[in-house]
Design a binder for this molecule. Structure first.
Ligand SMILES: Nc1ncnc2c1ncn2[C@@H]1O[C@H](COP(=O)(O)OP(=O)(O)OP(=O)(O)O)[C@@H](O)[C@H]1O
Length: 260
C-alpha cells in the first residue's frame, strides 16, 4: 500500500484572534515532494505552516479535515518527532549557551537547552552524531551557539530539526539575514537533504532559495491558495508580478532563479 501523504487539508478555514486568516484551503502534499510556498506579507503562509504542525486548528466545519501522515489526531510531542520546523528564530535565550552538539540534541525535547531533568539516550547521541555529519557541522560540535555566525546557527537549527524528525522539514524563511556565502551553504544543504529524500516545504521571499529539486510551487494571497502547480508554469515573471502586485523580472540559470 502506498504511504499516506504527509499532508491532506480539506476545506480548511483558520481564524486568528477575530480575523479569518485562511479561507477554504485544500491541499495534499506527498512524502518526498519538495514545495515552495510564495505570497505577499501577511497572506497566511506561516499560518498555513502552523496548521501543518497542529499549532493552530481550523474551524470545525462539516467538510473540514486535517490529516498529517494519514492521522487526524496527534499528540503534539509525538508530531514534533515526525516534523522538523526551521525558522530564523532561536528556540530561546538558553540556546545561545548550548554547544553545537547539545543544540542538535535539544531537538529531541523541543527545548531551548539540555535542562538537567532531560535524559539523553545513547540512541539520541548516535542520531545527533549522524546529523552533525549530515549538516557538515563537525567544526561546530563544541562551539557555543552564541559564538556562531548567523549561517552556522541556521545550519545547527536545521540539524536540530532533523535530529528528531522522520524526514520532513518545514522551513520558514530560512535564508533571512544570511550573507551570500551563508545563503549558498544553506541552499547546498537543502539540496543534499532533498536528494536524500527529505520532504521540504519552504516558505520564502527569496526566489533564489527555490533550489532545482523544488518542483512544485504554491501561491497564496489573502489567505487562499490561488495557484498550485509545476515550477515552469508558475515561476514566471508574469505570475510573480500578479502575485505580488508589482512588475517583476526573473532570470534563470542552471535551475536557479533570481527575481527583482
Ligand atoms: N497571533 C495572531 N493573532 C491575530 N492575527 C494574527 C496573528 N498572527 C498573524 N495574524 C494575522 O494573520 C494574517 C496572516 O499572517 P501570517 O503570519 O500567516 O502571514 P505570512 O504570509 O506568513 O506573512 P509574512 O510573509 O509577513 O511572514 C495576517 O493578517 C496577520 O496579521
Amino acid at each position: 500500500m502506498a504511504a499516506e501523504p504527509f499532508l491532506h487539508l480539506n476545506h480548511v478555514n483558520v481564524v486568528r484572534g477575530e480575523t479569518p486568516v485562511l479561507h477554504d484551503v485544500n491541499l495534499t502534499i506527498h512524502r518526498g515532494e519538495h514545495i515552495a510556498l510564495l505570497g505577499p506579507n501577511g497572506c497566511g503562509k506561516s499560518t498555513l505552516l502552523k496548521t501543518m504542525t497542529c499549532e493552530l486548528y481550523p474551524l470545525a466545519q462539516p467538510e473540514t479535515e486535517v490529516r498529517i501522515f494519514g492521522r487526524k489526531r496527534w499528540d503534539l510531542t509525538e508530531l514534533k518527532k515526525q516534523l522538523g520546523v526551521v525558522s530564523a528564530e532561536l528556540p530561546g535565550r538558553p540556546f545561545l549557551q548550548a554547544t553545537g552538539f547539545d543544540a542538535i540534541l535539544t531537538g529531541f525535547f523541543s527545548s531551548s537547552t539540555l535542562w538537567p531533568n532531560l535524559t539523553v539516550t545513547e540512541e539520541m547521541r548516535e542520531r545527533a552524531e549522524k546529523v552533525l555529519i549530515q549538516i557538515d557541522g563537525a567544526r561546530l560540535r563544541h562551539k557555543p551557539v552564541g559564538e556562531m555566525s548567523a549561517g552556522q546557527v541556521r545550519r545547527i537549527l536545521i540539524g536540530r530539526a532533523l535530529a528528531a524528525s522522520a524526514g520532513t522539514l518545514l522551513l520558514d524563511e530560512p535564508s533571512n539575514a544570511l550573507d551570500l556565502a551563508a545563503q549558498r551553504e544553506l541552499r547546498n544543504l537543502m539540496r543534499e537533504l532533498a536528494q536524500a529524500g527529505t520532504t521540504l516545504v519552504l516558505i520564502t521571499h527569496n526566489i533564489a532559495d527555490i533550489i532545482p529539486e523544488i518542483e512544485r510551487v504554491l501561491m497564496m494571497r489573502d489567505g487562499r491558495v490561488i495557484a498550485d502547480g509545476g515550477k515552469p508554469e508558475l515561476l514566471t515573471a508574469e505570475r510573480l508580478g500578479e502575485l505580488f502586485g508589482t512588475p517583476v523580472r526573473l532570470a534563470e540559470s542552471g535551475g536557479f532563479y533570481q527575481a527583482w
